[in-house]
Design a protein around this ligand. Structure first.
Ligand code: FAD
Length: 281
């Protein structure tokens, strides 16, 4: 929903560690391509909270919507298109579904990657949990998520010997880092500010009816993250160590609640720790 690019520093660190194809200069064109394909948009909420936060940021000397720097407050790119959520399927599969070389298999789990061992291991396909084998004419791309990708690598024989050997998984490559270094981004719920007098009427029923009729109005948007603050609390880097989210919420955070008749909103502050990175124990 929030489409936020990673930081140049982190990509360049991976490149410096040896993964040169993941340098920022190599990755940025793919980000640009993806943002274009996802047709990201920004949203300026009519809620007074937006102006209040931006005025406070400016008063503190923080840049606002200056995309040449990493710090400050920015309107965030959202994967919302014409007031409707846009997703990977809409962006990629719908536009490519007439291609003869596209085959999407749902409810199909991969058991492990198949390797050819001659002249060094090379991934040549996958074994499905139903025993079916699929062979690649060019390459195998694994994108099973932060938890399942390392698991699948280990099931395929790529990982630490200390894990694979007791499970009798034939080792294709000793790679001790697989399954390590999963990092959490801790989020601290901040505090709530109650704003009793609004310049606009807040009426959930009206919002919903309006959206059903015209696909317009606040329901088609995301007030929780229209702008994000990137702050360095120690003033020691051009990169932030805290990400601030300002979430404007209707009463009780229940947009369709019957108790919505009272005309007030609240704003919640949340801080996400970006740096130092926190390993998951
Ligand atoms: C509640 C929530 C809110 C989030 N909000 C945002 C946001 O606003 N902005 C943002 O940038 N990020 C957000 N994220 C993070 C974002 O969702 C992930 O970073 C992103 O989805 C990772 O993409 P991926 O393709 O690597 O993995 P995933 O999206 O996890 O996709 C992995 C896919 O692989 C499939 N899979 C796993 N194992 C196998 C197997 N053995 N065989 C076949 N298929 C398999 C899974 O079913 C899944 O479909 C959010 C995450 C959560 C949980």
């Amino acid at each position: 929903m929030l489409a936020i690019k990673g930081f140049k520093r982190d990509y360049d660190e991976w490149a410096n560690l040896g993964n040169t194809r993941w340098s920022w200069d190599n990755i940025k064109p793919y980000y640009d391509k993806a943002f274009k394909q996802m047709q990201t948009s920004t949203y300026q909420s009519p809620m007074p909270t937006r102006a209040m936060v931006l005025a406070a940021a400016e008063a503190m000397g923080l840049p606002v919507n200056d995309h040449s720097v990493h710090l400050g407050y920015q309107d965030i790119n959202l994967t919302i298109n014409a007031n409707q959520r846009f997703n990977t399927a809409k962006a990629y599969i719908v536009t490519a579904n007439k291609r003869r070389n596209l085959c999407v298999m749902t409810n199909t789990a991969v058991e492990r990657v198949l390797f050819r061992r001659r002249d060094g291991p090379k991934a040549i396909g996958v074994l499905l949990q139903n025993e079916q084998k699929l062979y690649a004419s060019k390459e195998v791309i694994m994108s099973a998520g932060a938890v399942m990708s390392p698991q699948l690598l280990m099931l395929s024989g790529i990982g630490p010997k200390s894990v694979l050997q007791p499970l009798r998984i034939p080792q294709i490559k000793e790679l001790p880092g697989v399954g390590q270094n999963l990092q959490d981004h801790l989020m601290f719920p901040g505090y709530l500010v109650k704003i009793p007098h609004l310049p606009i009427a807040v009426d959930a029923k009206q919002f919903l009816e309006g959206y059903c009729q015209t696909k317009d109005g606040p329901i088609g948007q995301i007030d929780i993250g229209e702008m994000v603050g990137w702050i360095n609390t120690r003033n020691d880097s051009e990169y932030p160590d805290i990400q601030y989210m300002h979430m404007t919420m209707l009463k009780k955070d229940q947009i369709l609640s019957r108790s919505m008749s009272q005309n007030w909103v609240s704003m919640k502050y949340q801080q996400i720790v970006l740096w130092p990175k926190v390993p998951r124990i």
